[in-house]
Design a protein around this ligand. Structure first.
Ligand SMILES: Nc1ncnc2c1ncn2[C@@H]1O[C@H](COP(=O)(O)OP(=O)(O)OP(=O)(O)O)[C@@H](O)[C@H]1O
Ligand SMILES: [Mg+2]
Length: 268
């Protein structure tokens, strides 16, 4: 196999992913049936890693797009660009994924404007086509193509939700932080810190997560736990690392920080 082309992420190496609830088999079944998939769950719980893992496992190139409200349909599909006096059509990531039978992953899809999400409609029902208005092409997606979108339902407001006609085109999986033993295993594997020390961190994280909805918008993520454990594995004192990764990133509110400090002081 040669080098991956620019734009597509390499699927040669299998990124490690610890499965928790049969999601790998589910993804594969959806892929085989040509169904688009929606992943919802809090920040840092493993959605991106899961998609990277599955793309590599299925041997498909992965095209990831972080959605935002300036994203245009052309950013996904492609545009004519000037090159040496000529104009040349350049495929966007969605078009490339369709042409190459890859997996297109739209992260934080609720951030995209509605006129962008409707571009996805003919691709996400039984037609599985991508019409390119500018070139006049109508691309039929090959069986290997899959569209995966994700978002965090936690901090979305009314204006930022998917239209029912969009969301009802997807099979959906809900992600959450894994059970403590599994999260301990993940954090230990990702950081190199011993399971015993990781278990203490996960205990603290669970108590912090209980504050979600009361004082905190979001509980501490698995990602932050990996940061913390990595710093400790590198020699940093536990409290220093925990303060910088499990407390300060969560809030700017003095009272909330004090409450989190209180939890920390009883932890180690
Ligand atoms: N099941 C898992 N297997 C392996 N690593 C995991 C798993 N869950 C979380 N992680 C670790 O947590 C980190 C964050 O996960 P990831 O980036 O996939 O989160 P995310 O759900 O995509 O978050 P966001 O919504 O903020 O993009 C990963 O880099 C990895 O270290
Ligand atoms: Mg992500």
């Amino acid at each position: 196999m040669g080098d991956p082309e620019p734009g597509a992420e390499s699927s040669a190496q299998l990124p490690w992913y610890r499965e928790t609830a049969g999601e790998c088999a589910f993804f594969e079944a959806a892929w085989q049936q040509g169904l688009p998939l929606l992943l919802k769950g809090p920040t840092g719980c493993g959605k991106t890693r899961f998609v990277a893992h599955m793309a590599a496992r299925l041997g498909r190139p992965l095209f990831t797009v972080a959605c935002h409200d300036d994203l245009t349909a052309a950013d996904l599909t492609g545009r004519y660009l000037l090159s040496g006096g000529d104009t040349q059509w350049v495929d966007g990531p969605l078009t490339r994924a369709v042409r190459e039978g890859g997996i297109c992953y739209l992260d934080e899809v609720v951030e995209a404007r509605k006129d962008v999400t409707v571009v996805l409609h003919p691709l996400t029902d039984d037609r599985r086509v991508l019409p390119l208005e500018r070139t006049g092409e109508i691309l039929q997606a090959p069986p290997e193509f899959m569209l995966v979108v994700s978002y965090n339902p936690g901090y979305q407001h009314v204006l930022k939700s998917l239209k029912p006609s969009t969301r009802q085109r997807f099979a959906a999986l809900s992600f959450d932080f894994p059970p403590p033993e599994v999260e301990t295993e993940i954090v230990a594997a990702e950081s190199g810190l011993s399971k015993d020390l990781c278990a203490g961190l996960i205990n603290l994280a669970r108590r912090i997560r209980e504050l979600k909805g009361k004082d905190l918008e979001e509980g501490v993520s698995t990602r932050l736990l990996v940061y913390c454990a990595s710093l400790v594995a590198g020699g940093m004192a536990m409290e220093t690392a925990a303060r910088a990764t499990l407390i300060q990133p969560l809030s700017d509110d003095g009272d909330v920080i004090a409450a989190l400090e209180e939890l920390l002081s009883h932890s180690f």
